[in-house]
Ligand binder design. Structure first.
Ligand code: ADP
Ligand code: GLC
Length: 491
């Protein structure tokens, strides 16, 4: 099949979180399975143009809004490393010639985001025409890609794209692309579609909602999350719509990209290791402790955490200045705690303050791929107390690196981590059911207890965790089945 991915992120070119990992890894796996996959991305400022191949001639893209005319896009090309997947970059100074994917420190969400990503989506069609390459499947990701299925249904139904079927994947329902309704004008769609295509959401524009109503098939990134988002508690106001489209909604678990995340081959960590040769993991732990300025001590368990510092990740329950449990965890327990992350300012400030107050707590504020690998490899436990988690990649990386996850049993976390049974020693991690500061405290305490008192259980859980296979091959095969079904339906 010919598959076009429309996304705002694809690592190594642009990544703010798991979306970038997932889009690239899925594309590579589909390509390995024999499909022809292409990816369209914005040419963000941080992507060095001189390393890309220029594609002939600018591309005209009709836009509405104040300019109300054709905007011109430069097109560049490259490949996903280690694959034949072609990546096309849409270049436009006003939309993408600035630092940041979705926003900057000063402006966390660029106000012209609807226009920027509408431009990306509409340019995707022009690009395919230019290349003489019409996809069987248009696979859009999250709210930034959501206008692609809308344009396909409402503008391209009788064009050369008439037979193209669309799939929209929800990586995170908490981000829907909701903007003042004035933004709608930039899409150059008739105002009837403000209601008709479902853009309207409490008198604002909701890009994801319009995409969910337009795409032929909807997916999300774990079976549990597919169920959860159809309930009012986790539906962010779209649960009714998702229940309505329930028969078209499928949950497919993400995988682990072993080219990037495998302790046996990972060159970003100081020593490699495998279930039968674990000495390298001790070296990684010592290197992590040294780098962060924690005492180099193999006798104490090290709890690691990597991620976006947002409410979704449970940082309120953990680091909330008045009620979070991190301070007591570090003050009461014989452990070390290492955090790598960036995000909400209050949380970054709190992490800095805790680093200053507690000798066994260190935080690195920032986004650092190498250090993320070192935290995964050098920690004994990996904490993910997410309020909700569509899939979560970090806990799967942790399992692979023999770093036992401590997680809230929600979404993809509950599909991937098996709770410890202290009678039998079974399990691959430690889970809790309700996210409260107390539950986080108790469950970290439980893991620390097992570390000191059930060493043989911890070793066996580690081996079990490392043997888990969350393969992208398997997920890609599931997607391929869905694509086939979308094509056959003749949607
Ligand atoms: P989400 O997509 O919700 O952020 P995931 O667990 O699916 O959560 O994926 C997060 C990805 O982003 C992982 O690859 C993780 O290592 C990476 N990541 C998040 N924060 C950082 C950071 N501060 N530095 C380096 N990598 C990070
Ligand atoms: C989102 C989700 C995360 C998921 C990732 C990749 O960012 O928050 O749970 O793993 O997308 O699908």
């Amino acid at each position: 099949m010919k598959i076009l991915m429309v996304s705002s992120e694809a690592e190594p070119f642009a990544k703010a979180g798991g979306l970038g990992d997932a889009v690239s890894a899925l594309s590579r796996a589909l390509s390995r399975a024999g499909h022809e996959v292409r990816v369209v991305l914005p040419r963000y400022y941080c992507i060095d143009r001189s390393k890309l191949e220029a594609v002939d001639g600018p591309l005209g893209v009709k836009m509405g809004g104040p300019s109300g005319c054709e905007e011109w896009a430069g097109v560049y090309k490259s490949y996903l490393p280690g694959s034949t997947v072609e990546v096309y970059f849409v270049d436009h100074e006003r939309y993408f010639g600035r630092d940041g994917i979705y926003g900057s420190k000063a402006e966390p969400d660029f106000p012209d985001n609807p226009e920027r990503f509408a431009f990306l989506c509409r340019a995707s069609f022009g690009l395919c025409r230019r290349l003489g390459w019409i996809p069987d499947i248009l696979h859009a990701h999250d709210w930034p890609g959501s206008l692609a299925p809308v344009f396909l249904r409402h503008e391209e139904a009788n064009s050369e794209f008439a037979k193209t079927a669309s799939v929209l994947t929800i990586h995170n329902l908490g981000y829907q692309g909701v903007y003042p309704k004035e933004a709608f004008a930039a899409f150059r769609l008739p105002w009837e579609l403000f209601h008709g295509a479902g853009f309207e959401f409490f008198d604002k524009v909701n890009l994801l909602k319009a995409g969910l109503l337009s795409a032929d098939i909807l997916t999300t990134v774990s079976p549990s999350y597919a169920r959860e988002i159809q309930t009012p508690a986790s539906g962010f106001g779209l649960d009714g719509l998702l229940r309505h489209r329930s028969s078209d909604l499928v949950g497919i678990l993400n995988g682990v990209d072993l080219d990037e995340w495998d302790p046996e081959t990972d060159l970003r960590i100081p020593a490699r290791y495998s279930p039968s040769k674990m000495a390298g993991k001790d070296k990684c732990k010592a290197a992590l402790q040294k780098e962060l300025g924690l005492p180099v001590d193999s006798t104490k368990p090290l709890v690691g955490m990597v991620g976006r510092l947002t409410e979704q990740k449970g940082v309120g329950e953990l680091f909330g200045p008045l009620y979070g449990s991190a301070y007591r965890v570090c003050a009461d327990m014989a452990l070390q705690f290492a955090v790598l992350g960036s995000g909400e300012k209050w949380c970054e400030d709190e992490l800095r303050a805790l680093s200053g107050r507690l000798p066994n707590f260190k935080a690195i504020i920032g986004f650092d791929e190498r250090l993320a690998h070192l935290v995964e490899a050098g920690s004994d436990f990996f904490l993910m107390p997410s309020r909700y988690e569509p899939c979560g990649l970090n806990q799967m990386y942790s399992l692979r690196y023999g770093t036992l996850p401590i997680v809230h049993r929600t979404g993809g976390l509950s599909d991937t981590v098996e709770n410890y049974n202290q009678d039998t020693g079974a399990g691959t991690g430690f889970t809790f059911d309700q996210l409260t500061p107390r539950a986080v405290y108790d469950t970290v305490g439980w893991a620390v207890w097992a570390w000191y008192n059930r060493k043989e259980h911890v070793a066996a859980m580690r081996a079990r965790a490392m043997a888990k296979r969350f393969s992208w091959e398997h997920s890609a095969a599931e997607y391929a089945k869905l694509y086939q079904c979308a094509i056959e339906r003749g949607c």
